[in-house]
Design a protein around this ligand. Structure first.
Ligand code: PGA
Length: 246
């Protein structure tokens, strides 16, 4: 049985005071049934690791270097540093980084490897753009993005997040059926490890659509952007996962 995981990605939002208020107001009573994690902006990891840990919430970084050791790489941090401060996860290959930082499939794969080497679980984001979907290329794009990672990283040790680019921050969610179709394909590509590896859905997840998404057999949780900035809304999504999968 795969325990559901609901991860909030705060992207570039927050402040010391807003973060503290969020944690104070957050309560997800069913934490035994669902794993919860938050990915804050890097400058706030030090603040949030102890605060979130006290609420049994795991901490994720929004990115990690492909480099594995200390060195002259301004603006980067390696997985060992994340491990050192108590991060369990690192998001890699988010579509916003692929788009704005020009991250390639090869770089994303190297980041996944570097995270694993440090004992940090990479949350590998894959997803098609609207034009790729309209051209019927969805499954081919996902397969290519994931294959780059699976060529170098152990399938059973990663978390995959399917995030259709057209659904991120747009209010347009993939229908549960659309998501399930892609999730089933991803699970198949994960091979034997598909039985244990978690596959999350991301893209305009909110409390109002979470139940239907989590009812799909191959959706093991969610990567939540906008709705994770509101601790009450995020708590409801966590409860929804616990209900659907518990
Ligand atoms: P969204 O973002 O929930 O705001 O659509 C999801 C994500 O980018 O992880």
């Amino acid at each position: 049985m795969r325990r559901p995981l609901v991860m909030g990605n705060w992207k570039m939002n927050g402040s010391l005071s807003a973060n503290a208020r969020w944690v104070e107001a957050f309560s997800a009573p069913s934490l035994a049934k669902v794993e919860v994690a938050i990915a804050p902006p890097a400058p706030y990891l030090g603040q949030l690791v102890p605060l979130l840990r006290a609420k049994q919430v795991q901490v994720a970084a929004q990115d990690v270097s492909e480099q594995q050791l200390d060195g002259a790489y301004t603006g980067q941090w390696h997985g060992g540093m994340l491990k050192d401060i108590g991060c369990q996860y690192a998001i890699v290959g988010h579509s916003e980084r692929r788009e704005y930082q020009g991250e390639t499939d090869a770089l994303v794969a190297a980041k996944a490897v570097a995270a694993l080497a440090a004992g940090v679980t990479p949350v590998v984001c894959v997803g098609e753009t609207l034009s790729e979907r309209e051209q019927g290329d969805t499954l081919a794009v996902i397969e290519r993005q994931l294959a780059a990672v699976l060529a170098v990283a152990e399938a059973g040790k990663i978390v995959v997040a399917y995030e259709p680019v057209w659904a991120i921050g747009t209010g347009k969610t993939a229908t549960p059926e659309q998501a399930q179709t892609v999730h089933a394909a991803i699970r198949k590509q994960l091979g034997e490890s598909g039985a244990v590896a978690k596959v999350l859905y991301g893209g305009s997840v909110k409390a109002a659509n979470a139940d239907d998404l989590f009812r799909q057999p191959d959706i093991d949780g969610a990567l939540v952007g906008g709705a994770a900035l509101d601790s009450q809304e995020f708590g409801k999504i966590c409860e929804s996962a616990a209900r659907a999968k518990g």
